[in-house]
Design a binder for this molecule. Structure first.
Ligand SMILES: Cc1cc2nc3c(=O)[nH]c(=O)nc-3n(C[C@H](O)[C@H](O)[C@H](O)COP(=O)(O)OP(=O)(O)OC[C@H]3O[C@@H](n4cnc5c(N)ncnc54)[C@H](O)[C@@H]3O)c2cc1C
Length: 308
């Protein structure tokens, strides 16, 4: 169901504080700079507004989706029906307990992941070194269980606070979620509001060195300055999707303005005017070539959101 400006004004006057964008092009909200308009994008300023939105939209049967930095999604050219909820105003990071050997952090979902990686580097906490250079928010990193260079989000998480579509809150321990390779079991109509993270103390210089080494490796091996959404496909068990794509001769393959990166074949880069249709066509072409060459069927890592 489409949700118009009139619907918004009728239902949310007095129940919401924060920015509201109507018919908002999603290219302005994603690292790929691709995507048709969402009916509405909201950036609530306080928790009551988030709760009111989720509860009222659910009652009205209007779809909504949470969005962090938009660095792991492809929004279709026809855009998103319903409401996109951005949690950028919730970016608090606080050390709530610091002992000799460990520390516990409280982090809000809209905080940038790199803020925490940097805090760990500067204070000598280990566990997040490999997450250096991953753009986006804590909420997005939890949903996709972001990881690289031997670190994964789930390994430092203790618990998350979820807002359910009926407006109720739950604090869920990491062991009660369904974490796996690039998945958490969180998402759908549940919104991550915050998380508690547990970290172990290590030598500050050693943590700094590991973080910097990982960062250097990524800068050399990924098209970090291009418009991308990170890895397009998941690595099949024991294999590298990038290598399979490279071996299938797909490096620098291009459809419209979307190109398989010459630096890392599992990154597709928007050269300027790329569309979601081009991106999806390139995904199909690349996976067909990989299947033909190696028999492996690649699965998407990026999340595809919006009207087909
Ligand atoms: C240059 C580059 C390098 C990258 N390198 C890596 C890498 O090494 N490893 C890796 O894992 N990823 C990598 N990525 C992908 C991406 O940055 C990560 O997956 C990141 O954690 C996504 O965070 P985000 O806030 O941008 O999420 P978004 O893209 O905004 O959202 C991703 C998904 O999470 C959901 N979501 C977001 N926030 C919430 C919330 N609060 N509650 C409920 N659902 C939510 C969204 O609905 C969506 O389904 C890279 C991307 C780029 C552009």
């Amino acid at each position: 169901m489409r949700f118009s400006r009139e619907d918004w004004e009728k239902n949310f006057a007095g129940y919401y504080k924060g920015k509201v964008e109507f018919n908002a092009p999603m290219r302005g909200h994603t690292s790929l700079a691709i995507g048709g308009p969402a009916d509405i994008v909201v950036s609530p300023e306080d928790p009551v507004s988030v709760k009111n939105i989720v509860m009222l939209l659910s009652r009205l049967n209007v779809r909504f989706v949470a969005l962090g930095g938009g660095t792991n999604i492809l929004v279709t050219d026809r855009g998103i029906e319903g409401v996109v909820v951005k949690l950028g105003a919730f970016s608090r990071v606080e050390i709530i307990n610091e002992e000799d050997a460990r520390a516990e952090l409280f982090v809000e979902a809209g905080a940038m992941l790199q803020k925490i990686v940097n805090l760990c580097r500067d204070r000598g906490y280990t566990g997040m070194e490999g997450l250096t250079g991953i753009p986006g928010t804590v909420g997005g990193a939890i949903c996709g269980n972001a990881g690289s260079c031997g670190s994964e989000m789930k390994d430092v998480l203790a618990s998350v606070v979820l807002l359910h579509s009926d407006g109720t809150l739950d604090r869920v321990g990491v062991e009660d979620l369904d974490f796996g390779y690039r998945k958490s079991g969180v998402g759908g109509t549940d919104i991550v509001l915050s998380a508690n993270i547990t970290l172990r103390r290590d030598d500050t210089d050693a943590v700094t060195l590991r973080t910097e080494n990982c960062f250097k490796q990524k800068k050399a091996a990924q098209p970090v300055s291009g418009r991308s959404a990170g890895c397009v496909f998941k690595n099949p068990a024991g294999m590298s999707a990038g290598r399979l794509i490279d071996e299938a001769g797909c490096k620098s393959m291009r459809i419209g303005d979307i190109e398989v990166s010459g630096i890392h074949a599992n990154f597709f880069v928007n050269l300027g005017k790329g569309t979601a249709a081009d991106y999806l066509a390139l995904m199909d072409a690349v996976s067909a070539r990989v299947k033909e060459r190696s028999g492996v069927i690649l699965e998407p890592e990026i999340r595809i959101i919006g009207k087909e």
